[in-house]
Design a protein around this ligand. Structure first.
Ligand code: SF4
Ligand code: SF4
Length: 84
């Protein structure tokens, strides 16, 4: 099972804060809709920065506790160093 990230389109105002803050570049702006979209959900390290910073509360995560467990894996942590 992997983490699920949802951007609620009705709430997103396209401010791009989540794009700026995400250390692993999970989000991109959909220029046409002026909304952010999840483009690399598999790279999410579940830091939850995007959820905290979003002024509209538009981002939610499911099953992130499972991803958090990766922090206990030394190999995974080494891989993540370049993003932090
Ligand atoms: S921070 Fe929230 S409102 Fe701003 S672009 Fe991201 S999802 Fe949309
Ligand atoms: S939880 Fe962290 S890594 Fe995952 S999408 Fe949000 S800012 Fe990016």
């Amino acid at each position: 099972m992997s983490l699920e990230i949802t951007v609620h389109e009705q709430s997103c105002r396209g401010c791009e804060l989540c794009i700026d803050i995400c250390p692993t570049k999970v989000f991109a702006l959909d220029e046409e809709k002026r909304l952010c979209t999840v483009v690399h959900g598999e790279d999410c390290i579940a830091c939850l920065s995007c959820s905290y910073i979003c002024p509209s509360g538009a981002i939610s995560h499911r099953d992130f506790h499972l991803v958090k467990n990766f922090y206990r894996d030394e190999e995974f942590c080494k891989k993540m160093e370049k993003f932090l």
